[in-house]
Design a protein around this ligand. Sequence first.
Ligand code: CU
Length: 152
Amino acid sequence: MLKKTLFTALPLALILASHCFAADTLSVTQAWARATPPGATTAAAYFTIKNNGAAADSIVGARTSVADDASVHEMKMANGMMQMRAVPKLDIAPKATVIFSPQGYHVMLTGLKAPLKEGSQFKLSLALQGGGSIEVSIDVLGLGATAYSHAH
Ligand SMILES: [Cu+2]
């Protein structure tokens, strides 16, 4: 009886695991990037990050094998114009959820080694202030994607 329960519970656990990437207290969901046209050298990755813990933590860097460099940026209105600035340290308060999106925070990838192909995935590592990191699997969506969606 116990064996049967474990057997049926396993597929659900695998599905959940593929959508959630957790460090000790931070969890990342809905991680995506837009596909890039041939020749593009930059891309951006988006996700939702939640601090489940009682202490603040910060993202202090990013790394991926698909690009030479990765860093957290923010789009912000300044003097009536959208401007992009680097965010070397992004604080995430206890219980806070920060949504990375095309209108706000994103992880900028520069020196892209190959186009990001729709339907593929790549790994992104987020460095945390405490010295740990979160490994995130990014789903590459279509060229026109504006938000996370996942077709099963
Ligand atoms: Cu940027």
